[in-house]
Design a protein around this ligand. Structure first.
Ligand code: TXA
Ligand code: MG
Length: 342
């Protein structure tokens, strides 16, 4: 199959809408990462997403809307806390898990009785949903296991030949996927940190719970709150190791390694001039937004450098930094060197 890559305009958006209405998949830009979309009410179309990505069928998808009124078709209950958060943060980078209606095929929910809903702020994403005339189920538009795509080129590299159309809306501004919050049950639970922070959520609805899978490795056989937690994620070809420390210990540690062949660093701007190995920077030390924006592209750049091992700075777990930490610790397979303890 030939994969078209088109800039967004009236014609390409109409084409995307047509393909989606006719049971095809289309890669679309969003403010978080690119999504691979299909009509959320069409189980057969949704199955094509899993096939193109090589995604395990038991990992449910997020349904994307372009107007809050569309929620009522998708859920059997729109909890009050979810309504409050929707008023504050939609359109934007937060996905909410709610009890689902019976209109949603099991390909979307993976047979769960809940559905994940997101209202993206990206203008082109919203125009494509409008053009399709239906809510769109969409995971990130990468091959399962590889870093999420933040540009049309990333999508093309992973999925060309497997999907008919990519709409190129430029770089995703946020750069990490949406925050996933379950609003089922008494205390809302964070399942995945993202663009909207814990601090922002708690300022609207009070204390939330952080699922243990956010910061810790989940045993493969464990029952998880979010199926995505148990899969290998964001893994580049090189072996990534997180280095936990402050200041110069990081650069000293790398520069004094006994063997530096095929060694690289994923660092901050402040480290670059001090390092004696090839490196990619995420941005300044305390600029979590920029770090999030660069993370997935940085992991893909490291892939092109033919490195064996990459030592990565341990991100701070504050604000959007928590999302950067959550992705990076997974790309490292939870391997951490703690220089603070030694
Ligand atoms: O920013 C985003 O959220 C992007 C863009 C395209 O919107 N989408 C995205 O989708 O990251 P995906 O499929 O890569 O991640 C969705 C996560 C998965 O970890 C999945 O397990 C979880 O949300 N999820 C989806 N439905 C769920 C449900 N009903 N209950 C628990 N977790 C759910
Ligand atoms: Mg994904």
């Amino acid at each position: 199959m030939e994969t078209l890559v088109l800039k967004p305009d009236e014609n390409s958006i109409a084409l995307a809408g047509n393909l989606l209405r006719n049971g095809e998949v289309v890669a679309i830009p969003t403010e978080t990462v690119y999504g691979l979309a299909a009509n959320a009410f069409d189980g057969k179309a949704v199955a094509k997403i899993f096939q193109a990505k090589g995604r395990p069928m038991d990992n449910p998808l997020i349904v994307h809307i372009s107007d809050i009124s569309q929620v009522y078709d998708l859920v059997c209950e729109f909890p009050e806390k979810a309504q409050k958060l929707a008023r504050q943060f939609w359109a934007g980078a937060i996905t909410m898990i709610m009890p689902c209606s019976d209109k949603i095929p099991e390909e979307v929910t993976a047979g769960l009785d809940t559905v994940a809903i997101r209202f993206p702020s990206h203008e082109i994403a919203r125009k494509i949903i409008d053009s399709a005339g239906v809510p769109l189920a969409a995971p990130s538009a990468n091959l399962s296991g590889s870093p999420s795509p933040t540009s049309a080129v990333h999508v093309y590299n992973d999925l060309h030949g497997k999907i008919p159309l990519i709409i190129d809306g430029g770089e995703s501004t946020v750069g990490v996927e949406s925050t996933v919050l379950s609003v089922v049950g008494d205390v809302p639970t964070l399942l995945r940190p993202g663009g909207i922070t814990v601090e922002q959520i708690e300022s609207v609805i009070g204390k939330i719970r952080i699922d243990k899978g956010v910061l810790n490795q989940i045993d493969n056989n464990a029952v998880v709150s979010s199926p995505g937690m148990k899969y290998k994620h964001y893994s580049p070809k090189a072996n990534i190791i997180i280095v936990k420390c402050d200041g110069d210990e990081y650069t000293d540690y790398i520069n004094t390694l006994p063997e530096k062949k095929n060694i690289g660093a994923l660092c901050y701007d402040e480290d670059r001039d001090k390092l004696t190995v090839p490196c990619v920077s995420l941005g300044e030390k305390d600029d979590f937004q920029t770090q999030a924006h660069h993370l997935f592209d940085a992991l893909r750049q490291l892939d092109l450098m033919n490195l064996h091992t990459v030592y990565a700075r341990c991100p701070k777990k504050e604000g959007v930094g928590l999302a950067v930490y959550n992705r990076l610790i997974r790309s490292a397979g939870f391997e951490v060197i703690d220089l603070e303890k030694s």
